[in-house]
Design a protein around this ligand. Structure first.
Ligand SMILES: C[S@@+](CC[C@H](N)C(=O)[O-])C[C@H]1O[C@@H](n2cnc3c(N)ncnc32)[C@H](O)[C@@H]1O
Length: 332
């Protein structure tokens, strides 16, 4: 069977504290599927780490390989030699949509792409229309921009009004400078005479052409996400939970250093916003909440945790206060 080696982008090891190749191997296992590729793991050649895999049908997984969060180059092993194989990029926007914004509390963009990739690969439904993604803890929009890049329609909720305003300002400038056809506005939302906050609404024709994509972000508490979006349902819910370091989980009148209370309240709301067969992906700091506790919250919310094999190999150290892990569950 033909054997392939993926070279990892050098910056990824700074993001993943030296664990980039192992994490990319796990991401590939989930995204390509073990029936289509046999991932052999990290291989060192002349002092450089690669992710090795075998497949008899490369065309079937070419898109998954090219879309990996840290793939830099691909080679087929031919005896002692490496034959370069093109990674065909099918992104709808260039990567500066995600890399330009820099701010405290930003979720790393490569990690975000990994989180979105493994969540999308875990759906058991095959959407007929555009894939829809909700980030109910949207911050200044890293996950939403990754979703746009992948061609999705995206939606978010964020309690910090300033974060949504900053994202809106960035998008407006970015889309104008890139001369992309778009409409963008941020408006007050009122229902039954009450102010519910603000809504950022964007429609944009991507750089790569094709159908216009939609982005909607509400300011507000994520526990109200279902009320804000009404009957709308999503294929994917993807969130980077507050780490209890830069961000606290903010409920009216209190700040909490552990995301446990927030997730216990919000996960049932988010679960109800998923379509059947849709998938939820959360990254969180395991120092504030164990995987078992999070799985119990998800199960009570009617979700099916994907809690074996590669799904248990996405955890990694960020710094001395944060050990970040990824939890995926599916709505049956
Ligand atoms: C880890 S940050 C996500 C950062 C985001 N991925 C980015 O790169 O900009 C978590 C976000 O959750 C928001 N948040 C915390 N509690 C919330 C709540 N109850 N409702 C809505 N947003 C909340 C915080 O304001 C913060 O922006």
């Amino acid at each position: 069977m033909p054997q392939y080696l993926i070279l990892i982008t050098p910056a990824a090891n700074r993001v993943f504290a030296g664990q980039a190749a192992g994490l990319t191997a796990t991401e590939l296992e989930i995204c390509a599927g073990t029936d289509r590729a046999a991932v052999s793991g990290v291989q060192s050649l002349a002092g450089v780490d690669y992710v090795g895999f075998e497949t008899s049908d490369f065309a079937a997984i070419a898109r998954s390989v090219a879309g990996l969060s840290s793939a830099y180059a691909l080679f087929e092993q031919v005896g002692e030699l490496l034959r370069p194989v093109e990674l065909v990029n099918s992104d709808r926007f260039s990567d500066d949509l995600v890399t330009i914004p820099k701010y405290q509390g930003k979720t790393n963009e490569q990690f975000t792409r990994m989180l979105v990739n493994v969540t999308a690969a875990s759906m058991s439904r095959s959407p007929t229309g555009p894939i829809t993604l909700l980030d109910p803890l949207a911050g200044r929009g890293t996950t939403l921009s990754v979703g746009l890049t992948l061609g999705y329609d995206v939606a978010g909720v964020e309690s910090e009004v300033k974060a949504v305003e900053a994202y809106a300002a960035f998008l407006k400038t970015y889309l104008r400078r890139k001369r992309l056809k778009h409409k963008a506005g941020i408006d007050p939302v009122r229902r039954e005479g009450r102010s519910l906050g603000r809504r950022l609404q964007v429609e944009v024709t991507p750089e790569a052409g094709g159908r216009p994509q939609q982005l909607t972000v509400f300011t507000g508490d994520t526990r109200q996400s279902a009320a804000l979006f009404g009957k709308r349902r999503f294929d994917l819910v993807v969130a980077d939970a507050p780490y209890g370091v830069v961000h606290g989980s903010s409920a009216p009148g209190r700040r909490d250093r552990s995301p446990a209370a927030l997730l216990a309240d919000a996960l049932p709301v988010w679960a109800g916003q998923l379509k059947p067969g849709g998938a939820l992906g959360i990254s969180w700091n395991t120092y504030g909440l164990t995987r078992e506790e999070l799985a119990a919250i998800a199960t009570t919310a009617g979700l099916e945790p994907l809690d074996d094999g590669p799904y248990l190999r996405l955890g990694h150290r960020v710094d001395s206060a944060i050990y970040r892990d990824v939890f995926i569950a599916r709505r049956s």
